[in-house]
Design a protein around this ligand. Structure first.
Ligand SMILES: NC(=O)c1ccc[n+]([C@@H]2O[C@H](COP(=O)([O-])OP(=O)(O)OC[C@H]3O[C@@H](n4cnc5c(N)ncnc54)[C@H](OP(=O)(O)O)[C@@H]3O)[C@@H](O)[C@H]2O)c1
Length: 278
């Protein structure tokens, strides 16, 4: 797989590369505007798209990839298995259905979207089969906290390549045990909702720090995630913001400011919190 040299990549435990920055497409409807936004992202140089069956936009993602004329193996494509598709047979079927909607015969990364109680072990076996068959070039999890990861690491044959969880300075410290376990096991953390869904982009402390780097608060949060070693998948439907969000490879946050950002935790969870999920 080849990516533009401007984009940094992380190495997965499969040996494959994952572009460190991707476009998240949650809540982007399956319409022409989304097609245009993805097309423009690819023109700007994004080579990593994060979708999911439950986002109901896999078809438009697949079409945008085809019409971009970028070779399939130059774009890193992630999708996710939804909660109602847990169980061995259902998971295999769900992956095939996602592939059909995406119009591709493999995804670069297939994730269990949520750690559904009582089903996730069997589902992981299905993902291992899909991995062995080459339908998924890498497999991983999402919303797995420390306890879910420990359980998985105790029974898996193929370890997860990534764990996609909510990560930004306002929740980071509370997630440190999970992040540390990922790091020690060679699992790449992927930061979702890295912009706090927009909630904190006007935080005065963030604005002051960003302005010292002549960057926006969105660019500061994305750069923070990259410097933490997290792949990061900010979402925007607005083309100027899609461009803005990738202009993060030309500066570095200094160690003192990283420490300030690392200490900003206020347990802000913008979506569902998997911490107590059994
Ligand atoms: N695995 C999971 O359970 C899970 C959960 C949540 C998210 N995710 C993934 O992570 C991706 C990102 O997370 P997210 O969509 O929740 O939130 P996010 O990326 O933190 O924030 C997206 C919000 O910020 C706005 N925004 C984007 N860039 C901006 C900029 N430069 N300036 C100002 N506002 C900006 C967007 O509005 P506009 O679109 O109007 O620009 C949108 O309202 C998702 O799309 C999805 O792929 C995964």
């Amino acid at each position: 797989m080849q990516f533009p040299s401007t984009l940094s990549v992380f190495r997965l435990n499969t040996g494959a590369s994952i572009p460190a920055l991707g476009l998240g497409v949650y809540q982007m409807p399956a319409n022409n505007l989304t097609h245009r936004a993805i097309d423009q992202a690819l023109k700007y140089g994004y080579r990593h798209i994060d979708t999911a069956a439950i986002y109901h936009n896999e078809e438009v993602v697949g079409k945008a990839l085809v019409t971009s004329l970028i070779p399939r193996d130059h774009v890193f494509l992630t999708t996710k298995l939804w909660n109602s598709d847990h169980g061995y047979d259902k998971a295999i079927k769900a992956c095939h259905a996602s592939l059909a909607r995406l119009g591709t015969d493999y995804v670069d990364l297939y994730l269990i979207h949520w750690p559904v109680q009582g089903k996730r072990k069997e589902t992981w076996r299905a993902l291992e089969t899909l991995f062995e068959e080459g339908k998924c070039r890498a497999i991983g999890v999402s919303n797995y906290m420390h306890r879910h990861l420990e359980e998985l690491l105790g029974h898996c044959k193929v370890p997860p390549a990534v764990n996609q969880i909510e990560l930004h300075p306002y929740i980071y410290a509370s997630r440190s045990a999970t992040v540390d376990l990922c790091r020690s096991e060679g699992i790449i953390p992927v930061s979702y909702s890295p912009l706090t869904k927009g909630i904190k982009l006007k935080d005065p402390a963030l604005i002051r720090m960003a302005s010292r780097y002549r960057k926006t608060t969105a660019q500061l949060l994305i750069r923070w995630a990259l410097q933490q070693g997290f792949a990061v998948i900010p979402k925007s439907s607005i083309i100027s913001r899609i461009k803005e969000n990738m202009e993060v490879f030309d500066y570095e946050i200094n160690a003192a400011d990283m420490a300030v950002l690392n200490a900003m935790d206020e347990y802000l969870v913008t979506g569902w919190d998997p911490t107590d999920a059994l």
